[in-house]
Design a protein around this ligand. Structure first.
Ligand SMILES: Cc1ncc(COP(=O)(O)O)c(C=O)c1O
Length: 352
């Protein structure tokens, strides 16, 4: 298949760029002495997970149990789910998954630990559990290093569980502070005669500063495999590093300064991530995608000399690649020789 044969809107993944992104970040983190555990929520593709492990990753990270089940069925053997797993239905699936692969999870409260323990108490192998720490990003996580030590002791004492270390999704630009937080927590845990073998950090925009954290043993980059407009805006990648693009067609020219694309919120996502507009039209960066309805992208040509014709196709770097991946049943892989291979998004919609 050739690019011209792909109907729009469509997600195109450039494999040469993917390969470069994987190799660059793997080498960067390995150079800092960190194990690499890519977050597969960005691609949800078995072949990409295998490529990341083949390049040297110790395993993968999945936000959702459903993603982890797909990856385990496809032969990935080491998986971290850095998420509070709660409720009988999920805990049953978690216990089953723990028998198939080397699985670890995180927890940030006694309630989560109790559920994990009840589900795993009769397992042959204890389930490794990391304490999730809120080191400043303000999402989940225990709030102080002392609370991290308390929860670590609780995990250590819980039947079916084994304390494995600390996990955080750190805020950007505060690596030294995050490092102090984690070092304090680790020291508190060790004072209680418990080892803290693993400290797991994550993120792509912070790859340049991650060495300053100091105490980390592994890092979970996700978006780096594709990159997107938010990372471009943050200066964390170049346009040539953006492996995922959305191809769209101009379907209407209602006024001289408006063009309408066949890609709306169901193709580009409504995520702004603090940016102006909903994506970068690569060939015409001054044509702004100012609004989206579900199936229409509204392009303002007011600051652009471009006068597209109906039927013209464009390539768009979306604001947030990870969400776009989950909007399509199938993506199109562009091989280095230009041929196009359609591929199903293996874990698409596996959001429980
Ligand atoms: C827990 C966790 N780890 C790692 C990542 C990867 O971050 P990024 O996509 O910035 O690489 C994320 C992203 O949402 C996350 O939530």
């Amino acid at each position: 298949m050739r690019l011209e044969d792909v109907d729009t809107p469509a997600v195109i993944i450039d494999l040469a760029t993917v390969e470069r992104n994987i190799a660059r970040v793997q080498a960067h983190l390995a150079g800092l002495g960190l194990k690499v555990r890519p977050h597969i929520k960005t691609h949800r593709l078995v072949r990409m997970a295998h490529a990341q492990v083949d390049a040297g990753a110790v395993g993968i990270c999945c936000q959702k149990l459903g993603e982890a089940e797909v990856m385990a069925d496809a032969g990935i053997t080491n998986i971290l789910i850095p998420y509070n797993i709660i409720g009988a239905a999920k805990l049953e699936r978690l216990a089953a998954l723990a028998q198939k692969v080397s699985l670890s999870v995180s927890a940030d409260s006694a309630a989560v630990v109790e559920g994990l323990s009840a589900a795993c108490a009769h397992q042959v192998r204890p389930l490794p559990v990391l304490v999730e720490c809120d080191t400043g990003a303000g999402r989940c996580g225990v709030q102080t290093p002392a609370a991290a030590a308390d929860l670590a002791l609780m995990i250590d004492a819980a039947p079916g569980l084994q304390f494995d270390g600390l996990m955080t999704y750190p805020p950007i630009g505060r690596a030294a502070e995050v490092g102090r937080w984690l070092a304090d927590a680790k020291a508190g845990i060790e004072r209680a005669d418990l080892a803290c073998p693993r400290i797991s950090t994550g993120g792509t925009p912070n790859l340049g500063e991650i060495g300053q954290i100091g105490t980390a043993t592994e890092h979970r980059p996700g978006t780096y495999i594709y990159n997107d407009r938010s990372l471009l805006a943050a200066g964390a990648c170049e346009e040539a590093d953006c492996a995922l693009t959305v191809r769209a067609t101009i379907v209407s020219r209602p006024t001289p300064d408006r063009a309408i694309l066949d890609a709306g919120s169901k193709a580009l996502t409504s995520d702004l991530l603090g940016l102006d507009g909903y994506g970068l039209i690569v060939s015409h960066p001054d044509a702004r995608i100012v609004a989206l309805s579900e199936e229409h992208g509204h392009v303002d040509l007011g600051q652009s000399g471009w006068q597209p014709e109906i039927g013209e196709q464009v390539v768009i770097i979306p604001n947030h690649a990870c969400v776009v991946s989950n909007l399509f049943d199938r993506i199109y892989l562009r091989h280095p020789d230009g041929t196009i291979e359609p591929a199903p998004v293996d874990a698409r919609g596996r959001s429980t």
